[in-house]
Each structure stands twice: as C-alpha cells, then as structure tokens.
Design a protein around this ligand. Sequence first.
Ligand code: AMP
Length: 216
Amino acid sequence: AQNFGLQHLSSGHFLRENIKASTEVGEMAKQYIEKSLLVPDHVITYLMMSELENRCGQHWLLDGFPRTLGQAEALDKICEVDLVISLNIPFETLKDRLSRRWIHPPSGRVYNLDFNPPHVHGIDDVTGEPLVQQEDDKPEAVAARLRQYKDVAKPVIELYKSRGVLHQFSGTETNKIWPYVYTLFSNKITPIQSKEESGRFFTCSIVCVVLVLCPN
Ligand code: AMP
C-alpha cells in the first residue's frame, strides 16, 4: 500500500478498533474472534461498507475482506474490483508466522518476531507500550481458523478467477513473492516508491485475498 499510495484497509484492524472502543459491532464481533470464527457476514459487511463509504474517491487495498461469497457480493454493490491477489501459502508456514505475530492494540501496529521484530522484545517501538499476542493468533486458534477459511474462500477465489481479475502467487517467503506483486501492481498504478524502499512484508491475511480498488 505504501509503495503505491493506496489506503491499506484491513478488516481485522477495523474489528480490533471496534472491540477496543466497545462499539456495538465490536461487542458482536468479539465472541467470534475469540473462538477463531469468522464474524457473521452482516456484521463485517456493515462495518466495511461504512468504512469504505467514508473513503470514497480514493484507491484502496483491501486486506482480509471479502472472505466469503456474501461479502464479495456486498462489495460488488459499491465498487468494481480491479485486481485480486491470492497468496497460496502452506498452512504450516501461515501457522508458524501467525503464532509469531504480536500487536500493539491502540495503534494496530503489527510485529512479527522473525522478520519485523520490535526493537525491544514485547514493547511497541513508537510508544514504548506493551505488545500483546491476540487469542486468535495462538497456534491452536490459527489451525482452527485456517481450516474454516479455506472452505469459505474457495468460491470467492472462483468468482474473481471467472472475472479475470485474479492473480495467484505461491511461496513461503515474502521477499520472493514481493517483486512479482510489485510488477503486477505497477501495470495498474504508478508506484510512488521503488520496491526496494518498502521493506514491506505481508502480515498474513489468512484468506490471502488482497484487492486494489479504484472507486468510480
Ligand atoms: P485478521 O487480522 O485479518 O487475521 O482478522 C482477525 C479476525 O477478525 C479473524 O480471525 C476473523 O475472526 C475476523 N475477521 C477479519 N476479517 C473478516 C472477514 N472479512 N469476515 C469475517 N471475519 C473477519
């Protein structure tokens, strides 16, 4: 997102913000996230539609949404999807990577102990506040949600494949996949940073569907 000046909109991040602020959506979503289940379509769709409406006229990179066919259909009603990326990463790799993910809840900053560690273990680089490991990133929870996500993601992948906007990448290492993703994006949008400048890593969107949207 940084390289192309896109708004990075993560459904997981919005949900965590709502849980923290104890909003009605947050209260509803909490019980599902704690059990590593997908939040029901009507809840996440309501949340994402209001976030997207607030950002009309900008280019977005959606991360973690849509994860089901129902969500994809809701998204269709408000915009046209330009590009969909599906990252095919082996379950074991995702499980390991997610279990090493720690976050700073107030800001949503995400760290990974392997490739994006905080300067001081367990402490946020910017504020010095403690980091936490979310319940849904613990190994048992990750395995459960990977199983569920794979099944519901299949029709979403098929939908975008049939529209000719899907691009699939396989691998275990972000820095090997990243040059291909960068080239693909460059054909659609002018980059504002070179690919070497970013040092970006996919923080692991489980369904691995990332969308670039250019609203009308
Ligand atoms: P993430 O940070 O993308 O891994 O999302 C964290 C959790 O939020 C997931 O395990 C789900 O419980 C929930 N969540 C995020 N995005 C969605 C979505 N599009 N549909 C349903 N649940 C979601």
